[in-house]
Ligand binder design. Structure first.
Ligand SMILES: [Zn+2]
Length: 359
């Protein structure tokens, strides 16, 4: 560089055009976005919309924005990663390997010991901030446990705040309330064993023609056939705080005169099981701390500052544990854990790349 150039560049430093314009552009987009949201809300208020209805309209707008951003960034619409980190093929391999376990024609040793075929429908209520977030684990269940008639474990998704989703979930919950649970840790929650014992007791009563249970919810009680009893399990998907808020809102929103299904909690998680499982998949082992950081990263992407409860297992793993406690093959839990590890690996790779900015 010539001396003149050096002087010149000292006096007139080259403008830091890229970072400056990048941040300015980002601030401008965020400002624009905020104005659009405010104006939309004002319009809805002017139309007389309020309360739950307003919340759903605003959330749905936000979900649509997420979808358009995800498409603009060419994110995979199945696994929610960018093209470079798409994990669909690996999850599909996992699913293919486990297809025979998920098929309704097979039953595990443990389920036959319990004298019934595990038949479970997972009803996942996802927090809107989790939607399209690559770090979300619940999306894996859709890939591992597809919605199909011939699978004895199925999964159905609802997004909290998406117009009508909570009402659709409520309808599904009430189809057969006595065989439905909400997975939520609470001092009064039943264990899975207690839930199954209740079911067994009810079946015995029904088989002897005695039924003490009064059903005020107009729901249909399962025909007493021990091999086809479908258990519906509502699972709240989000950080602990998000899940707790969804649980509270669900209770407030739904008719208080119609009690919700019973709360059920998992056995205290044997963390060493998960830790060992993660370790056993060797190629993908990462410390619990790293996993936690990645989960927090996903949340931080949404500008949320929730404190994630340390060592909490992911929603997908919790569902795997639930299926295990309900008598499903442990292979299902292991395939879910493997899926979570694959997801975390991809998340680790993606976090090392420059981030696209949320608009
Ligand atoms: Zn994908």
């Amino acid at each position: 560089m010539a001396a003149g150039d050096a002087v010149s560049s000292t006096l007139n430093p080259p403008p830091q055009s890229h970072p400056y314009s990048h941040h300015a552009g980002q601030a401008e987009r965020q400002g624009q976005r905020l104005r659009t949201v405010r104006s939309h809300k004002q319009n809805l208020l002017a139309q007389g919309m309020h309360g739950w209805e307003l919340m759903e309209a605003m959330t749905t707008m936000s979900l649509e924005h997420r979808e358009s951003m995800s498409r603009a960034r060419h994110r995979c619409q199945s696994c929610w990663f960018d093209d470079m980190n798409c994990i669909c093929h690996r999850i599909q391999e996992l699913h293919a390997r486990n297809r025979h376990i998920l098929s309704s024609s097979s039953s595990s040793t443990s389920s036959s010991q319990l004298n019934y075929v595990v038949h479970v429908k997972l009803l996942l209520l996802m927090h809107p901030k989790e939607y399209l977030c690559a770090g979300n684990s619940a999306k894996l269940l859709r890939m591992l446990l597809p919605e199909q008639e011939h699978s004895n474990v199925t999964v159905q998704y609802y997004i909290f705040g998406k117009v009508d989703d909570v009402d659709k979930l409520a309808q599904e919950m009430m189809i057969d309330k006595s065989n439905t649970m909400i997975l939520w840790p609470d001092k009064d929650a039943l264990t899975v064993s207690q839930f199954l014992e209740r079911q067994q007791h009810r079946r015995q009563q029904q088989s002897t023609g005695i039924c003490f249970e009064r059903d005020n919810s107009h729901s249909t009680i399962n025909i007493c056939n021990p091999t086809t009893t479908l258990i519906r399990a509502v699972v709240l998907n989000g950080t602990y705080t998000q899940a707790r808020n969804m649980h509270t809102s669900l209770r407030k929103h739904l008719n208080p005169s119609t009690p919700l299904p019973v709360l059920v909690q998992l056995r205290p998680m044997n963390r060493s099981v998960f830790h060992r499982a993660h370790k056993n998949y060797g190629h993908a082992h990462q410390s619990q701390q790293q996993l936690q950081q990645q989960r927090q990263q996903c949340t931080a992407d949404d500008d949320e500052k929730h404190v994630v409860v340390a060592h909490r297992v992911s929603t997908a793993e919790a569902c795997g544990q639930l299926l295990l406690e309900l008598g499903a093959s442990s292979h299902i839990l292991h395939s879910i854990i493997e899926g979570v590890i694959i997801n975390n690996e991809a998340l680790g790779r993606q976090d090392t790349l420059p981030k696209a900015q949320d608009g």
